[in-house]
Design a protein. Structure first.
Length: 126
């Protein structure tokens, strides 16, 4: 402490340097008030050639949504049905074991009968 009293100019220069270093750091450090959170997702794509969206919705999308919403860890289910295609996206809690969720979803879907669907594609996004 004695050195700061004996050398006032050096002390002032030190505090000025710390002040400007703080300003520089504040301006150059990335700062986010609400960082965007990425949730793990699974997407189910199905196709049924040239079938109207209303039939796709009732015979494919709705049954798959019902089954998918029962999977442990699902926080959000969104879907889109259009001519010949259906896409269902499932968002999961970040702590969900996605390997287990994928297996559980495949098992649940295999238990229901989906009329006319030609294929089902699972796409996992973390």
């Amino acid at each position: 402490m004695k050195i700061f009293v004996e050398r006032p100019i050096a002390t002032a220069m030190f505090f000025v340097a710390v002040f400007f270093l703080g300003i520089y750091s504040f301006l150059n450090v990335p700062f986010e008030l609400a960082p965007k959170e990425e949730y793990p997702r699974l997407t189910i794509d199905t196709s049924w050639s040239d079938v109207p969206p209303e039939i796709i919705q009732t015979q494919i999308t709705s049954p798959l949504e019902e089954v998918a919403s029962r999977i442990k860890g699902v926080t959000k289910v969104t879907s889109n049905s259009r001519i010949g295609r259906s896409r269902i996206t499932l968002e999961f809690d970040p702590k969900t074991n996605m390997e287990f969720a994928t297996l559980a979803l495949r098992e649940e879907i295999s238990r229901i009968e989906i009329h006319g669907s030609e294929r089902q594609i699972f796409d996992r996004q973390n």
